[in-house]
Design a protein around this ligand. Structure first.
Ligand code: PGA
Ligand code: MG
Length: 225
């Protein structure tokens, strides 16, 4: 695969890229569903729904049972219940993917600056990064509610470029979904995808990116300052 040259910073996605959080999502969603008197859902359904932030996840899991008006009627209660449960179990059922720590360390060793940009709410992302010990690698963390727009909008990536004083062409995004690739393409950043995450239940091979890497360590081996 082609080397990426002239890269000074990497923007790394969280859910499905650094941490396999689907089991956490499943537990919190099912506790919320139980609070609302709904039957539990399954991990396959959850992995299709994760990626576009908490509000979208709530609407999708409510739409399993309710029509559009019903979803909106139950939305606030569902979000409050889910958020309370998620913060209680955040990280307990999750694991860091192989090659993540090694990849982040290798990127830092090459002199790259690192930012984490996730659609996960900042209040969930920060404690997860701390409990997994990944927070020390990142100069910057933006959650899905940190900025006016979230991925696939390019805004969070462009904000990182501005924060770092770099042009988008000097920055690579690494993520598991079309959200990450679309945001990167629209921003003018390079982008690498990992194939082991969620991608809305679709094949990552149909996504326009600069390459698919099997791990963050493989990504680091392709990236050069
Ligand atoms: O929480 C989500 O919806 C997905 O978060 P991500 O951007 O880290 O994949
Ligand atoms: Mg992701």
């Amino acid at each position: 695969m082609t080397r990426l040259e002239g890269i000074r910073a990497a923007i790394v996605d969280l859910d499905g890229t650094m941490v396999d959080t689907a089991p956490d999502f499943l537990v919190a969603v099912n506790r919320m569903r139980s609070d609302l008197g709904l039957a539990p859902t399954d991990i396959g359904t959850i992995t299709r729904f994760v990626g576009k932030g908490t509000e979208n996840l709530m609407r999708r899991v409510l739409a399993l049972d309710y029509d559009v008006a019903g979803v909106e009627r139950h939305f606030e209660a569902a979000l409050a219940s889910y958020s309370r449960h998620y913060i209680e179990i955040n990280g307990l059922h999750s694991s860091v993917y192989p090659g993540v720590r090694e990849g982040l360390a290798a990127l830092r060793a090459k002199g790259l600056r690192l930012a984490c940009v996730t659609n996960k709410p900042y209040g969930f992302a920060r404690p997860l990064l701390a409990s997994t010990g990944l927070d020390g690698y990142f100069e910057l963390v933006y959650g899905g509610d940190s900025l006016p727009k979230k991925k696939p909008d390019p805004y969070p990536l462009l904000k990182v470029c501005e924060d770092f004083g770099l042009t988008p062409a000097q920055v690579v995004a690494i993520g598991d979904s079309s959200n990450d690739a679309l945001a990167a393409r629209a921003a003018g950043c390079r982008v690498l995808n990992v194939p082991y995450g969620y991608n809305h239940g679709e094949s990552i091979h149909n996504v326009d990116s600069d390459g698919i890497v099997s791990s963050l360590l493989d990504a680091a081996n392709l990236i050069h300052a």
